[in-house]
Write a protein that binds this ligand. Structure first.
Ligand code: SF4
Length: 872
């Protein structure tokens, strides 16, 4: 595969751990065109809605273009000298553990390697942790306990070849859409069965057997499976005798476990057990629903126990499969981005490993023990133990549990540096120094996806302004701290070569991560590097692990572990009766710094919401579209009510994406308690306990404008639209003069105003016009305002003198909320097509109105609309 083909450059999507290949071409005016790479083995040309919209997220309008120190632009020398000096001073005065790096799974492997080398090898502390701690560190811990190292045994082809795919705590349809499409394709072509294990009904349940287990009861479920495997004589004794230790103890613990803890109907549970045991080719996929738990590591091992007991591991179509959240979460695991790891899967607390790495790096000082994991790191920032913090491409002021305390801790930290592509994040706004980092499309390096496939990201655009690659920024600070010779790379290719050479140490210590065969790549080879699966050594290239044993414990055997189910750390009670689950949406990524730039993606679900069962809503006296306030001991959030039977009574679901930049009252991690798994340190993000009540505002509003605006009321949530911005609003105090309020809100000067009011009923509609062209409008009333929102959102900048009616004109239909992002097709349009043409299948919908025919990410929603229309 050539790096450049017909003017298109091969690269990798920057979002999720599927790691799809893309073909990018500069469009000549600062942007790009982009399509899926048909030759990339992860996606074979497919992209999901987020990947398809990448071209809408490049550009410079939102970018940080120069280094800033205390809000003033400075040159790079001033910024880098200052950062190096402050870190040196803190280390000299308070010791190396008074400094910390908090990095991200968005970093390229080369950037990660440099950050890790600088902190662990030269600054002399292990206080570097990554936001992947919040994503899949329980999997790392579970793999290490079972296999002796953090190895993903399988590859994506297993999903094509399996007869049964079990999704545990994984809404694959929304969070790893291209992989999900591969599973659906297998279902269509060879009848693969899908089971979804999730307390919540998600898009991944469409056409699957759904097991709505009690939150946190995964260990009880897989213990039940292991006990049943034993009862039915399905243990592969040949495999376990040769390759596994601890089977008898694990089975005894499973037999002592109570399947009733799962809360599942006995017949449904039995159907699952029969299916799993009766299907030889079974892949169990798991992700955040398993990992983000105070018992996450045990959950991982409960799944691994069943695959080890049956020898269903590392074989075509068979094995446990952790899917990673971020594009380079796996690369971070390999390179030592976690505070308890060294590079190349070596252990920081192992003196021999430490010494070998120190020799390799010619390092002056190596920490002897693990550093602070994410939650503890920010506690240390809060209590003053950490006095200098460098945050790279992450937004912990929003994403850490107990986010308000984390925000306060960062604000109070004596010295905070943030490297990012934008200064408009909750965390960057608290920093003393913000450094402009190159973004996706401008930087070059490698990423590793969930199946151990290393792919190149390649630069196709020049970095704007003074923006620089992360490896360069880190190496320049290292040079200014006196370690220039050890950080003297000239390119990412140099760094990769050093890293690959270092991985030979892993082989010396009997570890898995050995890519030493790639150490001899020259710059040209590196530039042309095709996707390649590790390991890559003289002895072994790619492939699956463990079909014939060969585990990485000293005796070469895997470990099955005796596991006792533990409920989530927090128990619902009278004052906090609801169980709060948090997670991702189909069309947004993390804290939206990139995806919120796309009007298409923003149109899918433009406002933060809480899923609540109708019985609970009725009990609380809530009507559709009410605002709901959730409260925990940590904080509060205000969200729009979405009544749905997808969540069970007593359970809530809230998406994670909104921040102080676009919906300050909806930062959901402000409510999540900082409770962690004792082994992995991963927070329990899916089982908090909260109270819920109506948020009664004095007024509710909806605003649209062609330019950005920032309200100052008690609740607001702003999103891009195709012609500008849309915003939901609510306030406790009624402004004295609505026209004055609206003018200030939109920053309007001397333009024409239309004001329709019904003062007796406190309703106002105020529009600003240039001739007949609508500039902005505000619709307010004493209760949530009924409007054709999705239609109105497209009006700013258009001739629309009738806009204050709030309705679609008779000759222009209201499309409703967007379902298909690729073709901007709304729910009403889909329903109309189904009703008027008698459509019966997702394919027929695609044939009629094209919905679902590009990336396919919306196919599950189309299927659910079909069911709804059929009255199912
Ligand atoms: Fe990107 Fe979507 Fe592929 Fe994930 S599935 S890598 S978000 S295109």
């Amino acid at each position: 595969m050539a790096a450049i083909v017909s003017g298109e450059t091969r690269s990798t999507c920057p979002y999720c751990g599927v790691g799809c290949g893309v073909l990018i071409k500069p469009d000549g005016v600062g942007g790009i065109t982009l399509r899926g790479d048909p030759e990339h083995p992860a996606n074979r040309g497919r992209l999901c809605s987020k990947g398809s919209a990448l071209a809408e997220t490049v550009g410079t309008s939102h970018r940080l273009l120069e280094p800033r120190w205390s809000g003033e632009n400075v040159d790079w020398d001033t910024a880098l000298d200052g950062v190096a000096k402050r870190f040196q001073e803190v280390i000299a005065e308070h010791g190396p553990d008074a400094v910390a790096f908090y990095v991200a799974g968005q970093l390229l492997t080369e950037d990660y390697y440099v950050a890790n080398k600088l902190m662990k090898g030269f600054m002399g502390s292990a206080n570097i942790d990554t936001n992947s701690r919040l994503c899949m560190s329980s999997t790392v811990a579970g793999h290490k306990r079972a296999f002796g190292t953090d190895t993903v045994p399988g590859i994506y082809d297993d999903l094509d070849e399996a007869d049964l795919v079990v999704l545990v705590g994984s809404n694959l349809a929304w969070c790893h859409p291209v992989l999900y499409q591969r599973v659906v394709a297998a279902r269509e072509s060879r009848g693969t069965r899908i089971v979804t294990i999730d307390p919540r009904r998600t898009a991944s349940c469409e056409g699957a057997l759904h097991l709505p287990l009690q939150a946190g009861s995964d260990v009880a479920l897989f213990n039940a499976l292991l006990a049943e495997i034993e009862r039915r004589g399905a243990v592969d004794a040949t495999y376990t005798d040769a390759h596994v230790a601890g089977a008898a103890e694990a089975i005894a613990a499973a037999q002592a476990s109570d399947p009733a803890d799962t809360g599942l109907d006995a017949a449904l549970l039995q159907e699952f057990l029969d299916l799993w045991i009766g299907t030889d080719k079974v892949v169990t996929v798991f992700s955040q629903g398993v990992n983000q738990s105070s018992a996450g590591t045990d959950k991982v091992n409960a799944i691994l126990n069943c695959h080890l007991a049956t020898g269903r591991i590392g074989k075509p179509g068979s094995g446990p499969f952790s899917v990673t959240g971020q594009v380079n979460a796996m690369g971070g695991r390999e390179v030592g981005g976690l505070a308890n790891m060294l590079a190349c899967h070596l252990d920081i607390e192992n003196a021999e490993h430490r010494s070998a790495v120190q020799d390799f790096w010619h390092s002056p000082a190596m920490p002897r023990q693990a550093g602070l994991k994410a939650v503890d790191m920010f506690k240390a920032v809060g209590d003053g133990r950490i006095k200098a913090l460098w945050v790279i491409h992450s937004n912990p002021a929003v994403t850490l549990p107990d986010a308000d305390r984390v925000r306060d801790a960062i604000a109070a930290c004596p010295f905070v540096v943030v490297s990012d592509m934008t200064a408009d994040t909750d965390t960057a706004r608290l920093a003393d120094v913000v450094l402009p980092a190159a973004a996706w499309g401008e930087k070059s390096g490698t990423v590793t996806n969930s199946e151990r496939l290393i792919s190149r990201q390649r630069a196709v655009l020049p970095a704007p302004g003074q923006a620089k690659p992360d490896w360069w920024i880190l190496a320049e600070v290292a040079r200014r701290m006196g370690w220039g010779e050890d950080f003297a790379w000239e390119s990412p290719a140099d760094i990769f070569a050093e890293y690959a050479a270092m991985s030979a140490l892993a082989a010396e210590f009997g570890k898995d991560f050995d890519i030493s065969a790639l150490a001899a790549l020259d710059a040209q080879d590196y530039d042309n590097l095709d996707p390649v699966r590790w390991p890559q050594s003289a002895l072994r290239q790619g492939g699956r692990f463990f079909a014939e044993g060969g585990f990485f414990h000293s005796d070469g055997k895997a470990r099955m572990l005796p596991l006792v189910p533990r409920a989530p750390a927090s128990t619902p009670c009278e004052s906090r009766p609801f169980r709060l689950n948090t997670g991702r949406l189909r069309d947004q990524w993390h804290t939206m710094t990139r995806t919120a730039l796309s009007p298409r993606l923003s149109a899918h679900l433009p406002e933060p919401f809480v899923d609540m069962h109708p019985q609970d809503a009725a009990r609380l006296g809530l009507e559709p579209a009410s605002l709901v306030q959730l409260t925990s001991p940590q904080g509060k959030a205000i969200l729009r009510l979405h009544q749905t039977e997808d969540v069970a009574p007593g359970n809530l679901f809230v998406p994670i994406h909104w921040t102080g930049m676009n919906a300050p009252a909806a930062r959901i991690d402000a409510l999540v308690a900082p409770l962690v798994d004792p082994i992995s340190g991963q927070p329990e993000s899916k089982a908090s306990t909260v109270a819920a009540e109506r948020f009664t505002a004095a007024w509710y509003g909806f605003a649209i404008a062609s330019r950005a605006f920032t309200p100052s009321c008690d609740y607001w949530a702003r999103a891009r639209s195709s012609t500008g911005y849309r915003c939901e609003m609510a306030g406790l105090a009624v402004p004295a003069n609505w026209e004055v309020y609206a003018k200030e809100l939109f920053g309007m000067g001397d333009v024409a105003v239309q004001h329709m009011s019904d003062p007796g009923r406190s309703r106002h509609r105020i529009g600003f016009f240039d001739g007949d062209v609508l500039l902005a409008a505000l619709y307010v009333g004493p209760e949530p305002v009924a409007l054709m929102r999705d239609f109105l959102a497209g009006l700013p900048g258009q001739e629309a003198p009738w806009a204050l009616a709030g309705l679609a004109r008779g000759d222009i239909p209201d499309p409703g909320p967007v379902v298909c992002s690729c073709y901007a097709i709304g729910r009403n349009t889909v329903k109309l097509a189904i009703a008027s043409e008698g459509l019966k299948s997702v394919d027929q919908i695609g044939g009629s109105i094209s919905a679902g025919t590009n990336c396919g990410s919306c196919k599950s929603e189309l299927a659910s609309i079909l069911r709804e229309c059929a009255g199912a």
